[in-house]
Design a protein around this ligand. Structure first.
Ligand SMILES: [Zn+2]
Length: 452
């Protein structure tokens, strides 16, 4: 595939210079980047003020050094600035997907590939998934589970300007219990099964839980993911049973919060959700069988819900294709998958805090924005779902000082769609402009050659 340049290639270079200045190793652009720091002005037909929940009229966003310098009404670029014409577009902050697995992706051969592929095979492909995610308008993701902390290597490569991709906050490997959703040998024949321990993320008891969290600190991860309930895409019998005790969850959360980590809990079953909320986790992921008591507790504790409706929708459809999944997984996928959208609608009505997240990898990377349509289909207003993917997700990430709105001082992550997504939410699937930290990756719906 060939990528057209911006009209003037030096414009792309000077835009790229912003990130080069911020990153200690802007390898791809440092050699011939201009010495003068550039100022860019985005001339937007509209801007979504995600903090206020309003669509503003014509607005100019001035960017310098990878951050938003100024936002003012009207279309006027400061003299000397590189102006980008987005008059027919609606601008908004870069989108945040709170639940991805960017180093893998579903396929018919996914379960047999595990016997043939090395970690490096996954890592090579992850660079393409990262690029697709960024070009779909997602400038930041939380990565909630990988195999061997490989998503941290991808995060570091993206931050260093080696490959294009979203800003990644990673959990590394998820923490679960023996035979549970996080146990990689679950479902294998006995001589291939392994007795994993806390260093591998498999815990049995509060002491293991403490050690597992500290291991993530040692590895340089950003967030903690736990598996208090069964899941769909492993070969365990139940997709929703409780697989961690309240004491284990509490031990994870207390330790994680000591180290500044937020805790995300994969949970389908009502009892597992309740334990996770009482244990103090920051978000419930999927939440399929969330009941009224769970929702009440989540409101009281301020726990976020990350519904991942698209994942449920996708697996339920794939389960109908003979042989796509192993039989146990196909059964769980058809039971659990179709229920998430209705749960998300009930949670919205119950005033549970919601952050946008998709479980990307369960469905193909780059299609993340379909979740917006599914959230609106669940009964959420378009402005609410855009806020879920910006201000709310930034708060859940604990990075709302830098992300989540187009505001002077914040990082210059800006995307745009052709038209008003409040009138037609499907426009979120047609992101035509992508800027991350002042660098333009897509303009006029075409990827830009940034030199990476
Ligand atoms: Zn997941």
């Amino acid at each position: 595939m060939r990528y057209p340049s911006l009209k003037n290639r030096s414009t792309a270079r000077s835009l790229a210079a912003g990130i080069a200045a911020l990153c200690s190793a802007g390898l791809a652009v440092a050699a011939d980047a201009p010495t003068v720091p550039s100022v860019t002005a985005l001339l937007c037909g509209h801007l979504i003020d995600t903090a206020a929940g309003k669509v503003l009229g014509e607005t100019t966003i001035v960017i310098e050094g990878g951050r938003v310098k100024e936002v003012h009404s009207g279309l006027q670029a400061p003299s000397g600035a590189t102006a980008i014409d987005l008059k027919t577009q609606t601008c908004m902050p870069g989108l945040i997907d709170s639940h991805t697995h960017i180093t893998g992706q579903t396929s018919r051969t996914e379960y047999s590939d595990r016997y043939h592929w090395n970690l490096s095979d996954y890592v090579i492909r992850s660079t393409i998934y990262a690029r697709r995610t960024l070009l779909a308008g997602f400038t930041t993701v939380r990565n909630l589970g990988d195999t061997a902390n490989e998503s941290a290597a991808l995060r570091n490569a993206i931050n260093a300007g080696v490959v294009p991709g979203p800003r990644i906050f990673t959990a590394g490997k998820a923490i679960g219990s023996t035979g549970g959703h996080g146990d990689p040998s679950n479902g294998l024949r006995q001589d291939l099964m392994k007795d994993f321990g806390a260093v591998d993320g498999i815990i049995n008891g509060p002491e293991d839980a403490v050690k597992a969290v500290r291991e993530h600190y040692k590895l340089g991860d950003d967030v903690i993911k736990i598996m208090p309930s069964g899941g769909v895409l492993d070969e365990g019998a139940s997709g929703d049973n409780s697989q961690m005790t309240l004491e284990e969850i509490r031990a994870v959360v207390t330790t994680a919060h000591d180290y500044g980590f937020a805790v995300a809990a994969h949970a389908h079953g009502a009892e597992a959700i309740k334990r996770a909320v009482l244990g103090g986790v920051d978000s419930i992921e999927h939440g399929t069988y969330m009941d009224a008591e769970d929702m009440k507790l989540m409101v009281e504790h301020g726990t976020y819900f990350v519904p991942t409706i698209i994942a449920g929708d996708f697996v339920a459809r794939q389960a109908k294709i003979p042989g796509y999944y192993p039989a146990t997984i196909a059964r769980k996928a058809s039971e659990i998958g179709p229920l998430i959208q209705a749960t998300a609608g009930r949670a919205y009505k119950a005033h549970v805090k919601i952050a946008f997240g998709t479980d990307a990898a369960v469905y193909p990377h780059g299609e993340n924005a379909h979740e917006f349509e599914l959230m609106v289909g669940a009964g959420m207003p378009p402005m609410f779902v855009i806020q879920a993917a910006t201000v709310n997700a930034a708060t859940l990430l604990r990075h709302d000082k830098d992300l989540g709105s187009v505001t002077a001082g914040k990082l210059a992550d800006v995307v745009a769609v052709p038209g008003n997504p409040i009138d037609d939410i499907s426009l979120m699937k047609r992101v035509s402009f992508v800027m991350k930290e002042g660098v333009v990756y897509k303009v006029n719906a075409v990827p830009v050659d940034t030199g990476l």
